[in-house]
Design a protein around this ligand. Structure first.
Ligand code: 8YV
Length: 323
């Protein structure tokens, strides 16, 4: 049987690309430039599988074609709000993602952001590199203690639970969890966490709030001006989920008027474009979507995509099917 023809839309770790090229009739993207919408649509006519990432917007226009050749979109990444699942489903296209293998690294990055913003690490590094550090003094760049504080986690899935584990067992933090569905008692007990009934109930109780829910239309501006105004004036917001979950205009206002302690973002609405008003705030830490950016996680994500493809083309249900 001929090898399935697959298109990888971005550069992937070399070890994974080599295995893909061996097992499939694979076209790789050596130049790493994102596909234009027309190129994506053309690819849907040619390839049995497309392996997209978060930088491929696969909305209704990308799926407007008759009888595509593509049978599976095997996404590289756990989040898939960039893919129109319904549209793909109408063509009978299977969509898969890569959960589990990036949970620890993404939680590590959320911890990084929490510590950076609380301890003013970004400000400190900027000052030092600008040659403006005048030396130690008792009142210099005084931040906020993290250990022992209350952390609210919105979205108590795999990544949220890893975040709780680090914060509770490493930093003695008290964990409050909001999740759409009930969390199993043993899962809560592992971090002595309390599940609260609503986001509105969670926010005023927290010193830190970390977002670990999916993006997409349902969660767009879940954190809006009203909810930002419910935060304690010294509380911090951390977002490693998706940019659209936070109303960035409301966030710039909250930062400008000091109604919250600060924020730390790894993801942005319309990234890589950054709302210029965000640049104005010194109490904001920003990273360029690095959540899963470790050699280990990125290779494991690639191999997880391969597992899904292998299952699919050998007639089994792929383990990470999401539609
Ligand atoms: C990926 C992510 O780097 O997995 C996700 O959902 O946000 C990141 O881990 C990115 O989405 C690649 O598609």
């Amino acid at each position: 049987m001929a090898k399935p023809r697959i298109l990888v839309t971005r550069r992937w770790p070399a070890a994974v690309e080599a295995r893909l090229a061996d097992r499939f009739d694979a076209v790789l993207n050596r130049s790493d430039t994102p596909l234009a919408p027309e190129e994506f649509r053309a690819a849907m006519r040619d390839y049995d599988a497309i392996l997209p990432t978060v930088t491929d917007k696969i909305g209704a226009p990308a799926l407007e074609l008759e009888r595509p050749q593509t049978k599976i979109l095997a996404n590289y990444g756990v989040g898939y709000s960039h893919i129109d699942l319904e549209g793909a489903g109408r063509h009978g296209i299977v969509v898969t993602n890569t959960p589990d293998v990036l949970s620890e690294c993404t939680a590590d990055l959320a911890m990084t952001l929490m510590l950076m913003v609380a301890r003013r690490a970004g400000e400190g590094e900027r000052e030092l590199r600008a040659g403006q550090w005048t030396g130690w003094r008792p009142t210099h760049l005084v931040g906020t203690k993290v250990s022992g504080k209350t952390l609210g986690i919105i979205g108590y899935g795999r990544i949220g639970q890893e975040m709780a584990r680090r914060a509770h067992h490493g930093f003695g933090m008290k964990i409050l969890a909001y999740n759409r569905s009930p969390v199993a008692p043993d899962v809560l007990a592992a971090c002595d966490a309390t599940q609260v009934a609503s986001i509105d109930e969670l926010i005023p109780e927290c010193d830190f709030i970390s977002l670990h829910c999916p993006g997409g239309a349902a969660n767009r501006h879940l954190i809006d001006a009203r909810r930002l105004s419910m935060m304690r004036p010294d509380a911090f917001l951390i977002n490693t989920a998706r940019g659209e979950v936070v109303d960035e205009v409301a966030l710039t206002q909250a930062l400008a008027f000091d109604t919250i302690g600060g924020a730390a973002l790894d993801v942005f609405d319309g990234e890589p474009r950054i709302n210029p008003d965000l640049m104005q705030s010194d109490r904001l830490v920003m990273l360029p979507h690095l959540g899963s950016a470790t050699r280990e996680a990125r290779e494991a994500m690639g191999f997880r995509v391969m597992d899904n493809l292998t299952d699919f083309f050998e007639g089994r249900e792929p383990r990470d099917r999401v539609n």
